[in-house]
Each structure stands twice: as C-alpha cells, then as structure tokens.
Design a protein around this ligand. Sequence first.
Ligand code: HEM
Ligand SMILES: [Cu+2]
Length: 552
Amino acid sequence: MNTGQIAAKDRKVALFNLGFAYSAFLIGTLCGLLQVFIRNDALNLPGWLDYYQILTAHGLLLAIVFTTFFIFAFFQAGMSRTLGAFGPKVRLWNWIGFVVTALGTILVVVMVVAGQASVLYTFYAPLQAHGLFYVGLALFVIGTWIQGFSLVGHYAVWRRNHKGELSPLFAFMAIATIILWVIACLGVVATVLFQFIPWAFGWTSGINVELSRSLFWYFGHPLVYFWLLPAYMAWYVIVPKIIGGKVFSDSLGRLSFVLFILFSIPVGFHHQLTEPGISSFWKFLQTVLTFMVIIPSLITAFSMFATFEIRGRELGGRGLFGWIRKLPWRDVRFTSIFIAMAFFIPGGAGGIINASFQMNEVIHNTLWVVGHFHITVGTPVAMTFFGLTFWLIPNLTGRRFTKSLQKLAFLQIATWSVGMLLMSTAQHLLGLLGAPRRTAYTGYAHDDALAWFDGLLTNHVTMAVGGSILFLSAALLVFIVIQLWWLAPKASEQTYEEFPIAESDSSMTPRFLENWKIWIGIAFLLIALAYTIPLAELIQHAPPGSGRFQTW
Ligand code: HEM
Ligand SMILES: [Cu+2]
C-alpha cells in the first residue's frame, strides 16, 4: 500500500482550498510590491486607487485569506491521511464550508476593490465600511466553522471506533487548533454581528469603539496562534519524518498545544496598551498571561532541536555541533522549514519587546511592528507553508517534484529570505527611530524626521529593494505551484510524493491530555478572569456611541 495516498475525493477539497490560497497570495504580494514603491514616492497611484485600499487588500489577502485556506487544505489532507478517508457527510460539509468561506472572501474583496472598505484588516471603528463588507467577514468565519466542525466530526467518528486510544498526533494537533480558532472567533463574531452590521446598515446610530476594539483583539491575538500552530504541526510531525527521525516526545507536543489554547486567548489587551478606557490593572494581568506563552514556545524549540540532534548523531555527527552538518540540507522540504524556524528566533524576541508594557511605548504603531510580523507570520509561518507546498501539491495531484523544480524551490526560499531580511531590518530600525506604520508617502516636514531615512539600512530604498526581491520570489513560488499542479511529469508508484508523518510513541502519554473538556473549561475560566470585569466596565461607562468616519 502506498502510505502517501489520500482518498481521491478528499484530495479535491484540499486542492480547491490550496488554489484559493495561492491566488490570494499572488494578488496580496503584488499589493505589497506597490506599497513599498508608494512609500518610496517612486509610484503615484491613479485617482481611483488608494494606498489604504491596497493596504487593506494586502493585509486581508495574505494574513487572513492565504493562511486560512492553506491551513484548511493542510488539515483536510492530513486528517484524511491519518484518520482515514472522510465519510460522505464529512466530505459534503467540508465542501459546504469551503464554498461559504470562499463566498465570504469574494464579497469582502469586491467591497475593497469597489472602494467601499478601506478600513485595513483590523477594521477599527469608527472607520466604517459598507455593510456588505461585514457580512462577508461573517460568512468567512461561518464557513471556517463549518469546515472546522466537519473535521471535528471526522475525528469524533474515529474516536468512537477506537475507544480508549489516543488519536494520532497530527489529528490531535489539528483539533486543538480548530478549538482555539472557534473560541477565538467568538469575539469577532460578537462585534461584527452585534456592533458593526447594525451600525453600518444604519439600524443603530453609534458604535462603542473601545468595546469593538477589545472584542477584535480578543480574536486578533489567538489569530496569530491559528497561523502558527499549523506551522508547529509541520515542525513536530512532518519534519522529523523528512529527516528520517521520530517525534522527540509525544506528550511534550500535546502538552504544548494544550498550553497554547489556554494562554493565547485571554491576552488581547497587549495590543491596546496605549488605549484609555481599560485600567492598567487589566492590561497588566493580560501582559503577565501573555508571557506564559513563552513556556510552550520554548518547549517547541527544545523539542525541535532535540529531534535534530538525535537524528544528526544517528547519522554519525560527532562533537558538540557535528550533528548539524549531517542534517539533509539538500532536501528543500527540510531546509525551507529550518530557515523558517531560524527567522522565528528574532521574531519571537521582538514579540517579547512588543508585549512588554513599557517597551511597547517605543514601538507602538511604528514600522517596527510591520517588521515584526513579516518575520513571524510573513516568514516562519509562510515559509513553512511553502515547504509543505513542495510535497503537498504533488501528493494531491500525483505529479513529481522534479530535480529542476527542486532547484527553483531553493532559489525561491533563498530570495524570500534575502528580501525579507532587507525589508524587515529596514522596517525594524526605522520603527525604532519613530517612523509610523500605515502611511503612504509622507514628506515629513521636519528635517529631524527626514534624517531617519538617510541611513544605509534605514531607508525607503532598502525596503523597496527587499520588497521587489520578495515579489519576484512570490511569483516564482506561484510558477512552481502551477508546475506541480498541472505540468510536472506524472509520478509512478515508486516516485509518488508521500505525505510524511513521523512516528510518535504515545505509549507513555497521559490520557488526560486528550480530555478536551478539561482544557476548554480552563480556557473559559481564564477568559472570564481576564475579560469579564474590564468588558463590563467598557459597556457600563461607555461614552455616547461614535458616528461613522470614512476617510477615503
Ligand atoms: C512580497 C512580499 C511582501 C511585501 C513587499 C510586503 C510589504 C509590506 C509593507 C511595506 C507593509 C506596510 C505598509 C504600511 O504600514 O504602510 C506591509 C504590511 C503588512 N503585511 Fe506585508 N509584505 C509582503 C508579504 C507579506 C506576507 C507574506 C504577509 C503575511 C502572511 C504579510 C502581512 C502583512 C500585514 C498583516 C500587514 C499590515 C497591514 C496593515 O497595517 O493593515 N505581508 N507589507
Ligand atoms: Cu498579540
């Protein structure tokens, strides 16, 4: 039997999700390219197109659409691979969920393109988009819930048929991620349904701005873990197999995912540290909870390097670091993900700075933040997804990832790394000097501010060079995707690209780790602790609601 074969009907829904993800990726990165040139004053937009319209599209298409569609493709393929083919109901609901998510996305994009929704991907009140923009957002979330619940259904069937067994690690982690996503979305659903939609359609005259922002960030922070956990799944479950090793510790992997569910939700205020209306005690409490996330992050880093070292030594690596040379660097499926991990080291360190109550004052709303998320979601997550794409698409289409395509893949990850290093270093440094984010070209009347942009690295040109390399890299990736999808030679039985899943020994893993009732219960307790009183205060002491603002 071929271990990499997924039921043909299940492959299709995963492929459709991937197709959507990469279409969004191409358009989104094109927007990024335009942005760096506009900021550099090298490009003037025609009257019907606006910088903030492009920036809204960029944030939405890359951070929300590309990631979400990719993640569901990965989950659908991986759940079918590890738990067996979907039953007809599960398959049908996956399709329905995909269609609803896609319709929501299209509606949102149409509103942005029509110039009715230049509110950026955080859609902060009191900026107001057309009501249909929020309807699109709601459909998007509902669609992801349908896809998520149908995967939960598939998992429930498996557990019923395997009483007393722990589920395979991949399935466990996918379910943990879906649980996190569903709980996180409650905040965005609440603000969209009960605040934005009535306000945008004129049924209410004002909006409670601070409440809407708080509900947004209740969602916005765990959102980053919704991106990150699937990347971690690749690190825990896929990479060990690619390098010929095993999962270092099944229990540690499961424990870290459970901790992410607990500590990634009750922390949204760390994005609102400069905002009045929330007392510093609650900001402080949520800051402390934020730092708890360092524990599962370090568990993950430790597990990865343990896997690498054990495997490197098995292959004959000697001395303190000799094992590093033994790792399969010529395998782009591994190298891409290793580089992704390396980017996460400065990325994570920057995150600690952002979340620190006082240091946040220095970097808040500056280009530093933009530099930060391009070396967290923009590279560690995105490049892990690239690394998965190289084998996932051939696995789903039955084509071969040929030697020449592998070379192109190396060129792709190399250019992405160089482009990102240039662009994000410039952004980090400019941000430290004080340059704001979310601005089109600004003449900065004051000489002192103009001087920020004179450095070799602190320069709009460096950012533009980095951005151009990045866009070329993105186009190259889409070229590879098209090849792997339609044009590369068909694989034979022997050359079939497998779906790598590493062996994970769960014989010593405590059963309570898979008792979701406990973890969901504690998650809600923590959420209640961190949010009940401050949200009640925001509602009780609310100023009169704000009218609408449309600045474009
Ligand atoms: C060709 C590659 C890319 C380029 C050239 C690029 C460039 C930029 C620039 C210059 C900004 C800041 C604009 C401003 O604050 O005025 C920005 C913002 C942003 N980028 Fe990218 N980026 C790229 C890829 C990505 C990827 C892969 C992701 C995520 C997966 C991403 C996510 C974001 C987000 C979320 C924002 C913030 C939008 C906002 O402030 O509303 N970018 N990008
Ligand atoms: Cu956050």
